[in-house]
Design a protein around this ligand. Structure first.
Ligand code: 6R9
Length: 644
């Protein structure tokens, strides 16, 4: 930042004296000090997490992009999340859980959490879960047993694969089969908007064709009727009966797999992003501590579902490793009333709130009278993640939730990065609404143009490896090496995001430049939704684009070519929507489906989604000379005119 310009007044928000004074990081020199990034990460790893055996090297890049961090070290992330805290603060609350029904709640201390994790780890062992290659799929709502199951897997060196509870049975089955899971952990059901989501029923459907699964553990939560399959299904509480609440923490290699988490890319097949114990622990720990300036007395509420990376890193592993009190809420943000979140903040004295712009836009629309009903003065810091926050929503959040007192940390990162990568540090960073500001210390990013040169706008890249980076894609090392990394004066990670850098060196994320959508902060692939549509008997071809949406950010819109013998109709449109819901889940259902005769394709057969998006938005379609048949544009416009 040495040659960056002065900040222009009016658009910046400076840290208050108070925030700066008490912040973990209150000296701008941290960035300079972290320039030697290996020394920086070495210091963090040595000071902030405990190792069973020290590592020999910070980084092994001899087989890049298959980097290895903290080589030769022995660690277990659950030791850092549990064992080391119980010595000094076993009675501190680790998890405050609030069910959707107001009278259902629970507080779990670090000591209790430790015991419950140990007991469930022993329970998993009785099912034969042990070895590194054993994958346990976890499909649950937001209850404490979800992080307990994750930590139990980690403790014994098994790999967890959490599947978001909003995914359909078909999506769950695909993920179970791809991971060849031996055990599935689930529950009878959970509450969402006053109704029971029948989780176990969805699992039963998924398991109709999932030969690797030997056992299913079912937590009793809602008490609804479930079908227990003899010899396969077992109740959580019965499995645990008589088992000890101690379970030795297995010292694991730094590079031992911790979890896989499926995420969407540019093909129809979700990618199993793989993270490991050592580097992920170091990266999530220090970002939780510094970005949220987390102190012992804080009550930290990250509203993300644990089924996404934000929940993994900032509901579970980061905050627990730091020894914080985290809040988990089971249900919908507006149930029974639009002030549910604000009432939870007041009730528990939440000090840090970390959420997504889509939620902020939703609350903005509901009106500030809802937060006004509550005393939100316990809040001292706010955060956002998942998509770009527009300055209007930023200012609303700042004023109506933070009462113009709380800094907002806009954090940019991905499932693949594992940890926050571009972010303000609340004690030192001047904020500009809409910008994620600067890379975290030790992280080096840049923007590259199409030719690979450094530029002020283009694709965001990361030019140095970082500890919490994903290590590979499950079962697809070639895809990992080929898709993300390019060599250009060293090996560089391409993020898939467009970005711009301003005169102060601040980064502004523009959004995905590939066929990945962010719908209400949830990551979905155009190709996945297209695949779901094509699997319907009436569909011959499909293209899906993300249309800008006031609250969701983006919403999928589909263009469908029918097979001969099928005619467009309202019924067929509804049937296709239902089909997508069954194939992927409600979040992927297109808002509109247009039946067209042909899709715009290049001569080499690639669908030009850019053109479809421009038509949908009523914008100029731009250069169409590469189209195989240019008349297709006019024809699609006609279909859309007829519909509007
Ligand atoms: C953590 C998470 C990753 C994509 C990423 C980008 C978008 C995330 C953002 C943001 C602008 C931010 N994204 N944070 N865009 N500003 N602060 O969301 O992971 O689900 O893998 O999505 O989300 O487009 O590439 P994931």
């Amino acid at each position: 930042m040495s040659n960056s310009k002065e900040f222009s007044p009016g658009e910046i928000y400076e840290p208050s004296e108070e925030t700066r004074k008490y912040a973990w990081v209150n000296n701008e020199r941290i960035y300079e000090m972290a320039q030697d990034y290996l020394t920086f990460w070495d210091e963090v790893a040595k000071n902030d997490v405990e190792w069973f055996e020290p590592y020999e090297d910070v980084l092994d890049d001899s087989n890049a992009p298959f980097y290895r961090w903290f080589v030769g070290g022995k660690i277990n992330i659950t030791h850092n999340c549990l064992d080391r805290h119980i010595k000094l603060k076993g009675d501190k609350t680790a998890i405050i859980w609030q069910g959707e029904p107001e009278n259902e709640k629970e507080k779990i201390t670090y000591h209790e959490l430790y015991q419950r994790v140990c007991r469930f780890a022993n329970a998993l062992r009785t099912l034969g879960v042990e070895e590194e290659e054993d994958v346990v799929t976890i499909y649950m709502g937001m209850v404490p047993e979800l992080p307990i199951a994750m930590l139990a897997c980690a403790r014994i060196g098994a790999i967890h694969s959490v599947v978001f509870g909003g995914f359909s049975s078909k999506a769950l089955r695909d993920r179970i089969n791809d991971a060849e899971s031996k055990v599935v952990v689930t529950m009878d059901g959970y509450y969402r908007r006053g109704k029971v989501v029948e989780t176990k029923r969805i699992v039963d459907e998924a398991l109709e064709n999932a030969p690797s699964v030997e056992s299913v553990v079912v937590l009793e939560r809602t008490g609804n009727d479930v079908n227990m399959v003899e010899g396969r299904d077992v109740w959580w509480h019965e499995l645990e009966e008589g088992l000890p609440d101690k379970c030795e923490c297995r010292p694991l290699d730094s590079e031992h797999t911790l979890f896989i988490l499926y995420t969407s890319g540019t093909t129809g097949k979700p990618k199993g992003v793989l993270h490991v114990h050592g580097g992920y622990n170091v990266g999530t720990h220090i970002t939780t501590k510094w970005v949220f300036d987390l102190k012992d007395r804080d009550i930290f509420w990250c509203t993300a579902d644990i089924g996404w990376i934000t929940g993994h890193s900032y509901v579970v592993y980061g905050p627990l490793s730091v020894g914080a009190t985290v809040l988990m809420y089971e249900g919908a943000p507006d149930h029974p009333q639009p002030d549910r979140w604000w009432s939870i903040i007041e009730q528990y004295g939440v000090t840090i709130l970390y959420t997504a712009p889509t939620a902020i836009r939703y609350f903005m629309k509901l009106g500030e009278e809802w937060p006004k009903k509550h005393d939100l003065s316990s809040l001292r810091l706010l955060g956002t993640v998942g998509e770009t926050i527009d300055p209007k929503a930023w200012k609303w959040y700042y004023k109506h939730i933070g009462n113009e007192r709380c800094p907002i940390v806009d954090t940019w990162w991905q499932t693949e990065t594992g940890m926050i990568m571009i972010t303000p540090l609340p004690g030192i960073t001047k904020l500009k609404p809409g910008s994620a500001t600067l890379p975290f210390p030790g992280i080096e990013v840049d923007i590259r143009d199409e030719k690979g040169y450094s530029a002020d706008s283009g694709e965001l890249v990361i030019t140095n490896p970082w500890p919490a980076m994903f290590r590979t894609l499950w079962g697809e090392p070639e895809r990992f090496a080929k898709q993300y990394w390019r060599s250009n004066g060293g090996l560089i990670y391409y993020t898939g995001d467009g970005a711009r850098k301003d005169e102060n060196g601040y980064y502004w994320i523009i959004g995905r430049i590939d066929e990945v959508l962010k719908v209400s902060g949830h990551r979905l692939g155009s190709a996945e939704i297209e695949g779901a549509l094509i699997s319907h008997e009436a569909v011959s071809e499909a293209a899906v684009v993300g249309k800008p949406h006031e609250i969701k950010g983006e919403t999928p819109v589909a263009f469908v070519v029918l097979k001969t013998g099928y005619e467009p109709s309202v019924e067929l449109e509804e049937d296709l929507k239902k089909h997508v819901r069954n194939e992927i889940g409600a979040i992927a259902v297109p808002e509109g489906i247009y039946f067209v005769e042909q899709l715009p394709k290049t001569r080499s057969g690639k669908i030009m989604r850019r053109i479809l998006l421009a038509i949908e938005k009523g914008e100029e379609v731009g250069d169409i000379t590469t189209l195989e048949d240019v008349t297709v544009v006019e024809k699609i416009k006609e279909v859309m005119m007829a519909r509007k």
